[in-house]
Design a protein around this ligand. Sequence first.
Ligand SMILES: [Zn+2]
Length: 51
Amino acid sequence: MSQRAQANHCPYCGDEDLRPHDARPGTWECRSCQRIFSLTMLGLTNEGGTP
Ligand SMILES: [Zn+2]
């Protein structure tokens, strides 16, 4: 399993043209709308999880 969260779609414009933002680990930049954002895992949910 990968250590880093992989962004597949921009949460703002929905574009798939993302690339890692070099300045900070875990951040992504969207080449479509020019936004820079980060993915942060806040925790785990137990409901509906696989055993
Ligand atoms: Zn975007």
